[in-house]
Design a protein around this ligand. Structure first.
Ligand SMILES: Cc1cc2nc3c(=O)[nH]c(=O)nc-3n(C[C@H](O)[C@H](O)[C@H](O)COP(=O)(O)OP(=O)(O)OC[C@H]3O[C@@H](n4cnc5c(N)ncnc54)[C@H](O)[C@@H]3O)c2cc1C
Length: 394
């Protein structure tokens, strides 16, 4: 039995993705023992890139991991949006000194395995964190003064509280929020990573480049200090209901991108194997904490990736959660409610705005013309102020 407050009973974390590991680390830094249960046989991230806005570096700095994350990352000089049919530049946002001056933090892109690996090493180096693989959490009970989780093999583990970091298809969420399956957006993402040597010199760009097409977009940027190149192709299709990380059909991709600029098609041609994601999200909610159980990251607020913020939001969650727990260690239900209260409007706004950005990227006809007009000749300062609600911090 675990008493309220004191004692060394661990906080239990279900899921060892980016959210689960950074939550474990942030809590351990505040002196709390943590046990992380990951269903997979190893702690691992998919081979793909991830963009990191300045808001995440502000949080990483607080927990001492900013430099380690930046060490493997690439710092793009600019974000650029081009018309995938004409090749015209729609807008360009510099990410160099003026950006840094505005937000006090950099913009970077990195390999998921690199940032996840940094969090994993930080957890492995902590004496307060126990990392357990091939341990799927199937259920839990909140006993008022402690929680217990049931693992796949029937084993029961007691803890002081439970944090569901089990992603988009969270089983913990089903019990806490109970809002069924995620919403299938009808958007499909194909992702691949190339070696630098496999990218033709005339196509390699140091920037984050987004080619906006009718009901499609294609993004590319360098990874791992420029040694790799990340490609993401997104298109609309009702063909798939749900799924995660399956091999993608090349024919389907070509159907959606045919007629686009040679720069796009030549790059798409380089890829042998694509991994496919059926993109889903949910409506924002604010009841993701109940008693000694709470949710974090995609389990709490899954979003489309159009603002490139899911992992950033999970990291912000983790730092806020650890602060609330530290401020109220003897009343974790109150700490979890305070965490939810501080987070739900911000994360909900990102969930909603991500959909709007997706519509913007995939616009057709007059809507696309209006988008281009709105963005044409926009000075960088105006672009910065437009996104300051997000990049300016939690
Ligand atoms: C195409 C695409 C591009 C993206 N680009 C960006 C970007 O540029 N920037 C950004 O910030 N975000 C981006 N995201 C979002 C980001 O990937 C997610 O928001 C983030 O990975 C969520 O982390 P998480 O830890 O909450 O969930 P997950 O990464 O899903 O991790 C959940 C973990 O829990 C484990 N698990 C699940 N169920 C159980 C269980 N019952 N018991 C134990 N373990 C369990 C899983 O195996 C997994 O390891 C993108 C997403 C997509 C699809």
């Amino acid at each position: 039995m675990v008493g309220n407050g004191g004692g060394a009973a661990p906080i239990l974390v279900s899921g060892g993705g980016i959210g689960g590991l950074v939550a474990a680390y942030a809590l351990a830094r505040q002196g709390f023992p943590v046990r992380v249960f990951e269903q997979s046989p190893e702690f691992r991230e998919v081979g793909a890139g991830i963009q990191l806005g300045p808001n995440v570096f502000r949080e990483l700095e607080k927990i001492g991991l900013k430099d380690a994350v930046l060490a493997d990352a690439h710092r793009p000089p600019a974000q650029e949006m081009r018309d995938a049919l004409t090749g015209n530049l729609i807008t360009q946002v510099p990410l160099g000194p003026a950006f840094f001056e505005r937000f006090g933090q950099p913009y970077a892109v990195t390999h998921r395995a690199d940032i996840h690996g940094t969090f994993l090493k930080a957890c492995q180096d902590s004496k307060l964190i126990t990392l357990e693989t091939s341990r799927r959490v199937d259920g839990f009970e909140d006993h008022g003064d402690h929680v217990s989780v049931t693992l796949e093999n029937g084993e029961r583990v007691d803890g002081r509280a439970l944090i569901g970091c089990d992603g988009m298809w969270s089983t913990i969420r089903e019990r806490i929020v109970g809002d069924g399956k995620p919403r299938v957006s009808g958007h499909i993402a194909y992702r691949a990573v190339l070696k630098r040597a496999d990218v033709p010199d005339d196509l390699w760009r140091p920037d984050v480049v987004l080619w906006a097409g009718p009901r499609t977009h294609f993004v590319h940027y360098p990874l791992r200090r420029g040694e790799l190149y990340n490609l993401v192709a997104v298109f609309h299709s009702d063909r798939y209901e749900e799924g995660w990380n399956a091999e993608g059909s090349k024919d389907l991709l070509w159907q959606h991108f045919k007629g686009q600029r040679p720069e796009v098609l030549r790059m798409l041609e380089r890829i042998e194997t694509w991994r496919m994601w059926v993109l889903c999200d949910r409506e924002p909610v604010k009841n993701w904490s109940k008693g000694r159980v709470t949710l974090l990251g995609d389990a709490a607020h899954p979003m489309l990736q159009y603002l490139a913020q899911g992992a950033c939001m999970a990291t912000e969650d983790a730092v806020v959660l650890a602060d609330k727990v530290a401020a109220s260690p003897d009343d974790l239900p109150a700490a979890f409610k305070a965490y939810e209260q501080e987070r739900y409007l911000r994360t909900g706004r990102v969930q909603i705005m991500a959909r709007v950005y997706g519509d913007f990227y995939h616009a057709r006809g007059v809507t696309a013309e209006l988008r281009d007009l709105a963005l044409a000749n926009r000075p960088p300062q105006q672009a910065y102020e437009g996104i300051a609600w997000l990049y300016g911090g939690p």
